[in-house]
Design a protein around this ligand. Sequence first.
Ligand code: HSE
Length: 432
Amino acid sequence: MAGDRVRLGLLGCGVVGSATARILVENAHEIESRSGVPVELARVAIRDTSKKRDAFVSPGLVTDDPWDVVKDPSIDLVVEVIGGIEPARDLVLAAIGSGKHVVTANKELLANEASTVMKAASKAGVKVLFEASVAGGTPIVRPMTESLAGDRVRRIMGILNGTTNFVLTRMSESGESFADALAEAAERGYTELDPSADIEGHDAAAKLAILASIAFDAAVVSGDVGCEGIANVTARDMAAAHDLGYEIKLLAVAERHGDEVAARVHPAMMPRTHPLASVRNELNAIFVEAEHAGELMFLGRGAGGPATASAIVGDIVEIVRDRGAPAAYPGAAALERRARIQPAGDVASRYYVVLSVADRPGVLASVAGAFARHGVSIASVRQEGFGDEATLVLITHSASEAQHAATFSELETLEPVRRLRSRMRVLGTAEV
Ligand code: HSE
């Protein structure tokens, strides 16, 4: 990358790739003045070359073979927006191996193969930047790797999936069922063709693994993140949350406990006064608690062509501007080591619990006994309804998942408990 211009190769030209091409053309002046040299889109690999493209990709640049781009010795920097692990992994490693810098939006690749990719980049003396892989256009990777590099992050809590945040917002604000809210998200074009990775929390888990790896200086992979989706959240849970002054959000949480990292994605109730509770619709947000900087929140668009492309072009400018500087990603060495993951049963939180019960003397004592036997302390309890309609709504103090799970199992066997109707973690309160 020593010449008087930098030549880019783009792998993939769908929604994000074409938005990237567009910004490179429309903002060419700003990009050149901030990078120091013109940045030229020189090759574009497109799976289906017969598809109509917009004017920002001239037909002469197009190939249907991504290896043409990776093997082209005149290309200085490869932008990978194909997604998925293969063939993206092989292409990225080959680009790195031939001395090309890489910008990628690929969360699956980073959340599973970061150490392989970063080791290869360190060896080859090239940069791999990936701001767009987490929360699309919302800057979070660079603040974590650079601005907070001298601090110690204690906890990250994120709303890292726009589809599920949209669904939960509709359920909260319009009282819709999960199914109706999901149908509305699909109508508006927010859902992927197969929305299961979003709904089940796996998309957010991959993004959390990337953030946790940066925050805690050791590789956390997707499989390390405990995952529970939102399909079982009911309109009734939402109404109950409102009664308590809470909202329900799909939260991605990573925290350090001694030399262990706990990372999980699950729906949780959180007080409406918490900054994350006010993040509506398809927006993403990351709430970071750092030892010295204190509490920080990053909010923005987590998906969509233009927003994701903005993050990609920001990474391109950084690489071009800093050409000639030491190339390794600042946390690369740490990523070569795997994080020690806290066993899922040890992770502590509070729980909201709803039980359908018989309404007669001694029932509360028997329910309270089950909690007590497993060391779970009850913070509040309320009875709603009478006779056949009686329900108990409890909130616990912080206790481990294992303690809660044992309590729930015992509750299900208690004679006066008709049904364990609902349970959900409570986060963002003074206690945990
Ligand atoms: N499908 C994701 C979301 C965006 O709904 O946020 C891509 O990760």
